[in-house]
Write a protein that binds this ligand. Structure first.
Ligand SMILES: Cc1cc2nc3c(=O)[nH]c(=O)nc-3n(C[C@H](O)[C@H](O)[C@H](O)COP(=O)(O)OP(=O)(O)OC[C@H]3O[C@@H](n4cnc5c(N)ncnc54)[C@H](O)[C@@H]3O)c2cc1C
Length: 391
């Protein structure tokens, strides 16, 4: 039986951050990882350049049944605290867009930074240790296929359900249930949306077409790029709204967010009355998309022939295009899991369970999910650091 003060399960972003913080306070920390290497999601993140934080990160960029829960951690460990750590490790970075910070070089540097911090604290890291059972007597006792471990504090940093082929599982949620904690129902977030069978046929051949849009679902809206895929819609705008979309709801898409179509028609009518509608639209949108939408709804004609009804139809079609997705591409493609361990069961200061002293949950396993753009790593850093100060 290997003994430690603190056992952290999961050497992802949250687990590595928490382990190094606790160990640098003098705690004897054992970090157990099921995979053969640590930080696998960090390595593949941000297209290999790790979008490690967002300078605009704040509670409004997160989805949770209890929107206040994350506030304390974000106040105590901000994006600037992590940037400071990045700078101390001399990792070059840049802002890509919308406050998103990426490494200039490889994501590997962020994993190396975290490993270095763990080394400084003397964290013992063991990989290939897939924990199968947890019990609590005086201490927590854990076992994997070959060994047993015990500690008075147990930190669950085992992540969510997204990307099962990378080892994601319901382990953390199962442990929470075992100890009587609630789970907010889970669903895939930051995930491509699929068309219904009818829309798949309607929009067949548009795969690869991309355009900036403003889209909304309920009260939430985003303005970013959208991409047609061979299954439906993706791109940053769709990934963002997917976290707010519920089955059966429609998404309203403004395909011309920088243009007032009515005035554009008026502008063209005078000097170029014989110009085709599709020509005018194709100066602002991909020609393939224009052609398909017009084929489906309003045959192209010279601008001078457009009547009031046509203009109303065009406005609806291009400024308020309504799509009712058939579903999502699921956890296989989702960047995050929405839902998870109920935050009402945890201290927002220490992340310890109120029901089970010594049991903590951090990172994606908790019901706090960020937008696309570095927000999810910031949650992992903030929750991991704050829990590491108390465990
Ligand atoms: C393709 C992709 C790209 C992404 N890009 C970004 C990005 O650029 N910026 C951003 O902010 N977010 C990004 N995310 C989201 C981000 O990766 C996650 O929110 C973040 O990794 C969550 O950190 P975590 O430590 O809570 O969980 P994870 O990183 O999932 O780590 C959990 C760890 O626990 C281990 N584990 C699970 N069960 C057990 C067990 N029973 N025993 C032992 N170990 C176990 C797992 O193997 C894993 O290593 C991306 C996600 C994906 C899928």
């Amino acid at each position: 039986m290997t003994q430690a003060d603190v056992i952290v399960i999961g050497a992802g972003a949250a687990g590595l951050m928490c382990a190094s913080t606790a160990a640098q306070r003098g705690r004897r920390v054992l970090l157990l990882e099921g995979a053969e290497k640590v930080g696998k999601k960090i390595l593949i993140s941000g297209g290999g350049r790790c979008n490690f934080t967002n300078i605009q990160a704040g509670p409004d960029n997160y989805i949770s049944a209890n929107p206040h829960f994350c506030k304390s951690a974000f106040q105590r460990y901000t994006a600037w605290d992590f940037i400071d750590l990045i700078e101390r490790h001399e990792i070059a970075y840049h802002e890509k867009t919308l406050g998103q910070l990426f490494c200039d070089d490889r994501s590997r540097l962020v994993v190396d930074l975290l490993l270095d911090e763990c080394r400084q604290g003397g964290v013992e890291i063991r990989t290939g240790c897939q924990i199968q059972s947890v019990t609590k007597q005086d201490q927590f006792e854990l076992s994997d296929a070959t060994a047993s471990y015990s500690a008075s504090s147990l930190m669950i940093a085992s992540g969510g359900l997204s990307i099962p082929k990378m080892g994601a599982s319901s382990f953390g949620h199962d442990i929470a249930r075992q100890f009587g904690l609630g789970i907010v129902p889970c669903r895939p977030g930051l995930v491509p949306l699929t068309f219904t069978a009818a829309d798949l046929e309607r929009y067949d051949g548009l795969s690869g077409v991309s355009t900036p849009v403003r889209l909304r679902c309920g009260k939430q809206s985003f303005r970013e790029a959208m991409l047609f895929t061979h299954k439906g819609l993706s791109g940053p705008a769709i990934l963002q709204i997917s976290s707010y979309w519920q089955p059966g709801e429609s998404i309203t898409i403004d395909l011309l967010p920088d243009l007032e179509l009515v005035s554009e028609v008026a502008t063209w009518r005078r000097p170029r009355p014989a110009a085709e509608l599709k020509t005018m639209l194709a100066t602002h949108l991909p020609a393939r998309l224009v052609q398909r939408l017009l084929e489906l709804h309003l045959p192209s004609k010279p601008i001078r022939q457009l009547n009031e009804r046509d203009i109303q139809l065009l406005t609806r079609l291009f400024h308020e295009w309504e799509v009712k997705p058939g579903g999502t591409e699921g956890y296989r493609k989702a960047e995050v899991t929405i839902g998870g361990v109920e935050s009402a069961e945890l201290s927002s200061k220490t992340f310890e369970s109120s029901k089970v002293p010594g049991l903590y949950f951090i990172g994606e396993v908790v019901d706090v999910t960020g937008w696309l753009g570095g927000y999810n790593f910031q949650w992992a850093w903030s929750s991991g650091h704050c829990a590491g100060l108390f465990v």
